[in-house]
Design a protein around this ligand. Structure first.
Ligand code: PLP
Length: 401
């Protein structure tokens, strides 16, 4: 562990050699405007008060830290605590960020928001906030994903968003991303682009982290109140990395608190059917920043696989790449099968059905706790609830609803 951990990013959005702004000249103007606006409003008392109010009365914060007694007994080691982001409005941590960016859009005088989504969760969180703030909302989604995620598409439409089908390339998330960027460049005067994780060009990785850091700030305080001391380890799943970064960030200076980010190992790291950029990828440039990613020998972004749509992304936020390089956080993985096992186990032992994304963190956290002493503790981020995954689980196990 590195005692001299440096907080980032620097003024140009670099986390060590990662991050930055790898975008066309036309996008630089939009990013500059956003960086300036965020720099100003983040320190504005009225903005902060409004944000706190929305998190309390709309999202339902603070979410509790729950001592999972039966889950702990089953692991037979360290005490296991769960940060209950599954109890938030719309069922996951993503709303923390969209509430923040929606509010920022309003303060910047932008009447229109756009987003891109793969699994549809970020699209729903964006459409939710846009409905409340009376912003027009367009969500770009690959045609293939639109078919796979029909319920979320319907949700977005009920909320008043326009879901725009993207047919170029592989018609999935990365193509939707390109389309959203194109829209933003063309309509930057009245449009705000809501990115859903700690990736993309500066200032997004920093801004999305800050909006999710409420998770870690609360958890730190709650552990001290409930347990009298900080946890020995934090565990969170990593897709793009926003729920993990939000939990980790307020603990970075607590050098005795270990951090584990759990990536999706899919059908196994060896076979290539996974989404584990930090465990099995290499540095490169993706979606406007330098980070770890999954590509082939020719430098083409590889097809990824995970049982959980929310972890199925070929890159990762640049700050995680930096934490990995500094050794401040450790990145591990859990397979589809392990995640499914954890999904059932938590459901049966605690009556809490986790999102399949969060089940990756549970699978690793459970193993970790079982190798630790009873006087130690592990805090696992339960990033979302599993209601959205019931059909997936049924199909995987050959059951009909
Ligand atoms: C989207 C999602 C994730 C993955 O996104 P991160 O940016 O890595 O947090 C994890 N859990 C849930 C429940 C999600 O909806």
């Amino acid at each position: 562990m590195n005692d001299a951990y440096q907080a980032g990013p620097d003024g140009r959005g670099h986390f060590g050699t990662f991050g930055g702004q790898f975008v066309s000249e036309t996008l630089m103007h939009a990013l500059d405007e956003l960086r300036e606006a965020y720099g100003r409003w983040r320190k504005d008392e009225e903005f902060i008060r409004k944000m706190d109010e929305d998190l309390a009365f709309y999202v339902g914060r603070p979410s509790p830290v729950y001592y999972a007694q039966r889950y702990t007994a089953a692991a037979g080691g360290a005490r296991i605590f769960l940060k209950r982001e599954d109890l938030n409005h719309t069922g996951a941590h993503k709303i923390n960020n969209t509430v923040g960016q929606g509010l920022l859009a309003r303060h910047m005088g932008k009447k229109r928001v756009i987003a891109e989504t793969g699994a549809g969760q970020h699209g729903v969180a964006s459409a939710t906030v846009a409905a409340r703030l009376d912003q027009s909302c367009r969500v770009y989604m690959g045609e293939v994903d639109i078919h796979r995620q029909a319920i979320n598409v319907f949700r977005m439409r009920l909320l008043g968003a326009e879901v725009c089908s993207v047919t170029s390339g592989s018609a999935t998330l990365k193509d939707a991303l390109n389309e959203a960027m194109r829209d933003w460049v063309t309509n930057v005067d009245d449009t705000f682009y809501i990115i859903g994780t700690v990736a993309g060009p500066h200032p997004y990785p920093e801004m999305v982290r800050d909006f999710n850091a409420v998770v870690g700030r609360e958890a730190r305080r709650q552990m001290l109140e409930l347990h009298g001391e900080l946890p020995d380890a934090l565990v969170a799943c990593v897709g793009g990395g926003s729920n993990a970064m939000g939990l980790f960030h307020p603990f970075l200076d607590d050098v005795d608190v270990k951090m584990y980010g759990v990536e999706a190992a899919g059908r196994g790291l060896a076979g290539g059917e996974h989404a584990a950029s930090l465990c099995a990828g290499r540095p490169g440039v993706l979606h406007g920043c330098r980070t770890y990613l999954l590509d082939d020998d020719a430098g083409q972004i590889r097809h990824t696989h995970s049982v959980s749509a929310g972890l199925d992304y070929p890159g990762v936020g640049p700050e995680h790449a930096w934490l990995k390089e500094q050794g401040r956080a450790e990145y591990v993985s859990a397979t589809d099968e392990e995640a499914l096992g954890a999904f059932h186990q938590l459901t049966r032992l605690e009556g809490i059905m986790p999102a399949l994304e969060s089940a990756h963190a549970l699978a690793y956290g459970f193993k970790l706790a079982s190798d630790m002493r009873p006087d130690q503790s592990v805090l696992i981020n339960l990033s979302g609830r599993g209601d959205k995954d019931v059909q997936t689980v049924a199909e995987l196990e050959g059951l009909s609803l």
